[in-house]
Design a protein around this ligand. Structure first.
Ligand SMILES: [Zn+2]
Length: 107
């Protein structure tokens, strides 16, 4: 039985949601810089998401973040989108936008 006590901790869910909101704001700034034609270094904080193009990569990341915020609001946060299993707290601490468990990697 996988541990899901962290998903019943509303303070923790709120903290992950705050991280998502802050990250979304950062990514929106980066996206605007790319759209303005600036040479932006996306670095390691932005997952590649199968996109070699910076604008597409940032847009995909923003969508991922938005879906995470919605899940935090509708009680589905922290569960695999495929099987519903809880995603471990350590993974969510590292990347709260994670939406699949290790058995169901994206792509
Ligand atoms: Zn899964």
């Amino acid at each position: 039985m996988p541990d899901e006590t962290h998903l019943r901790d509303s303070n923790r869910i709120r903290a992950w949601k705050r991280t998502l909101l802050a990250k979304g704001a950062d990514v929106a700034v980066l996206l605007q810089q790319v759209l303005d034609g600036k040479d932006v270094d996306l670095g390691a904080g932005i997952p590649e998401l199968g996109a070699s193009d910076k604008e597409l990569r940032l847009r995909r990341f923003l969508e991922l973040i938005d879906r995470g915020i919605k899940r935090a609001e509708n009680g589905r946060f922290g569960r695999c989108a495929v099987c519903g299993d809880p995603i471990p707290a350590a993974v969510l601490d590292e990347a709260p936008w994670t939406e699949r468990c290790e058995k169901h990697p994206v792509g």
